[in-house]
Design a protein around this ligand. Structure first.
Ligand code: NAD
Length: 544
């Protein structure tokens, strides 16, 4: 019997634990790290609720401690991809038919399990597998993922409530159906929370999902899958597999029931996906939803009236937390000549205090970058400064060492050329490039900023002059999807700063907001007339 509308009230953001010395959470997290390091985890795929293992194993090692073996996973074959799609489609109707309050309860329970029983295991897995410090893991794999789950349940219940007008004589209603097929979730290495949100947001809407995380995030993704199973997610609703991108794409994009992709990752991969989907467009039962949040070249623009200490703190945290591997990380800064010397001196002094090393030592602010390919890529940008014919110099940092783990010092490059390569391209590492401009030319410099990179993800302005703040906010209207005033460009919180960028940075469907959920729904409008007309003629047909 369904005789009531079940609502889910707006939640509060999950409080961030401090992990200060002597705290309960610090001890619990250290114990969870020790426990995981004492095991070699054998991580299966999850297809139709079954644990599936293949012939070939791939090792997982902490990026900051290559000598330690954490576990292994099984790269998926073509057959595994087909099985995952078939499993998803086989439960499509029963999952869509489950009453909303029971579907919602599964994700609310998963949030509660993560907030309590699994919190430290999940954070420890993220610290070890992705080289995050305790605080960065807490805000990502616990708080943000818990918020995604709880807020999305709330947003969806808001959507379900929205109904059209019904004048007398009829009843009009809207049903918010899931898509007719399966949704593919392809997730990046850098946020465990994104890994969890991309499959669950469509699933919550009644869709069935094939989820492929980055190989470098499989370790923590599998912990989330354990939580979903314990929360009661029915078999086949979310299928977790680890194929290569091309194998996955070839099978999924050619499938008639491919209903959409929920992607976060680099711009190049997203553009190649879109092309393949376009090439297959005539095969599909319906037009696939293409949602992708991609790369950035996030800016900090400092106005001549800015508060220097606020700028220095914003750059230190905004560019270097999690080794600059946030899509929102500040990676180019424009400094006015009147403040530049003081900002540079103070920033360099601060960066020299940042300790770098393994995640087990909580005093380390900087850990390793994700893998060797990323290390080599970042190092290339740093090494190339030498060959820039004086266009760029290294202000601090620059040392890279991959003997024990993939360590790159927090590095500041200064350039006199606002279109120098590191002002334009996403590096995805702890590298900030600064460019000093004439203070009187700040308005022209905004145009330079706006035209320098194809991206428009995040950006921050620092100023105390209110007219300047107003001017910059308007002038940079298309330069960023998340725009910050007197704050760093990172650290968006679910429910507070819905996240996503435009231009080459993605479709701007704002993860963790109501806008995103609409993309996973296909509304059906139903009109019922109580007393139908029985004569096709209108009054005006009658003779005078
Ligand atoms: P990536 O593009 O290398 O990988 C993302 C995912 O795509 C992974 O699961 C990967 O295995 C998969 N993939 C790679 N090639 C594929 C192919 N040909 N077909 C299908 N899937 C394929 O990105 P990454 O290194 O994991 O993450 C870093 C990137 O993600 C950066 O560019 C960053 O800016 C971006 N990012 C953006 C946001 C955002 O919200 N805008 C958030 C986080 C990360």
């Amino acid at each position: 019997m369904n005789n009531a509308y079940f609502d889910f009230a707006e939640p509060k953001n999950e409080p961030v634990l401090s992990y200060a010395p002597g705290s309960h959470e610090r001890k619990a997290l250290q114990a969870a790290i020790a426990e995981l390091k004492g095991q070699v985890r054998d991580i299966p795929m999850y297809i139709d609720g079954r644990e599936v293992r293949g012939e070939v194993k791939k090792e997982i090692r902490p990026p900051h401690e290559k000598s330690h073996l954490l576990g292994h996973f099984y790269p998926s074959t073509e057959e595994n991809v087909h099985d995952a799609i078939d499993a998803a489609l086989s439960v499509r109707e029963t999952w869509a038919a489950l009453s909303w309050e029971h579907r919602a309860a599964i994700f609310m329970k998963a949030a509660d399990l993560l907030a309590t029983k699994y919190r430290f295991r999940m954070n420890a897995a993220t610290m070890l597998g992705q080289s995050k410090n305790a605080y960065q893991a807490e805000i990502d794999s616990s708080c943000e993922l818990i918020d995604f789950l709880r807020f999305n349940v709330h947003f969806l219940s808001q959507i379900y409530k929205q109904q059209p007008l019904s004048p007398s004589g009829m009843n009009n209603r809207m049903e918010y159906r899931p898509l007719e097929g399966f949704v593919l979730a392809v997730t990046p290495f850098n946020f465990t929370a994104i890994g969890g949100n991309l499959p669950t947001a469509p699933a919550m809407c009644g869709n069935v999902v094939v989820w492929k995380p980055a190989n470098t995030q499989v370790y923590s993704a599998s912990v989330f899958m354990e939580i979903l199973k314990e929360a009661g997610l029915p078999d086949g609703v979310i299928n977790l597999i680890y194929p290569s991108g091309p194998v996955l794409g070839e099978i999924c994009y050619a499938h008639p029931y491919f209903a959409g992709v929920h992607f976060t990752g680099s711009t190049a991969v997203f553009q190649s996906m879109w092309k393949s989907i376009g090439n297959n467009i005539s095969r599909y039962k319906s037009y696939p939803r293409i949602v992708g949040e991609t790369g950035g070249k996030d800016f900090v623009f400092v106005h001549p009236s800015a508060n220097v200490n606020a700028v220095v703190a914003g750059l230190a945290r905004g560019a270097f937390e999690y080794q600059g591997q946030k899509c929102s990380a500040a990676s180019r800064a424009y400094l006015p000549a009147n403040l530049a010397t003081e900002i540079k001196e103070k920033l360099v002094k601060e960066l020299k205090t940042m300790k770098m090393g393994i995640v087990d030592d909580f005093t380390n602010f900087i850990n390793a970058v994700i893998d060797e390919a990323s290390f080599d890529n970042i190092k290339r940008y740093i090494d190339n400064v030498k060959d820039s014919n004086g266009a760029a110099t290294i202000l601090c940092g620059g040392k890279c060492d991959k003997s024990k783990g993939y360590f790159v010092e927090p590095t500041v490059i200064e350039t006199t050329d606002p279109s120098y390569v590191t002002m334009c391209e996403e590096i995805f590492g702890p590298v900030l490039t600064i460019c000093v401009y004439e203070a009187d030319n700040w308005i022209q410099e905004l145009e330079v900023l706006d035209g320098t990179s194809p991206y428009a993800l995040t950006g921050a302005i620092f100023a105390q002059d209110r007219h300047a703040i107003d001017y910059m906010t308007k002038a940079l209207v298309n330069s960023a999807g998340n725009f910050y005033i007197n704050d760093k460009p990172t650290g968006a919180v679910v429910g507070q700063q819905p996240f996503g960028g435009a231009r080459a940075s993605g479709t701007n469907d704002k993860a963790g907001s109501i806008l995103n959920l609409y993309r996973w729904l296909s509304a059906r409008t139903i009109k019922e007339t109580f007393v139908p007309v029985e004569d096709y003629r209108y009054s005006f047909h009658k003779e005078d």
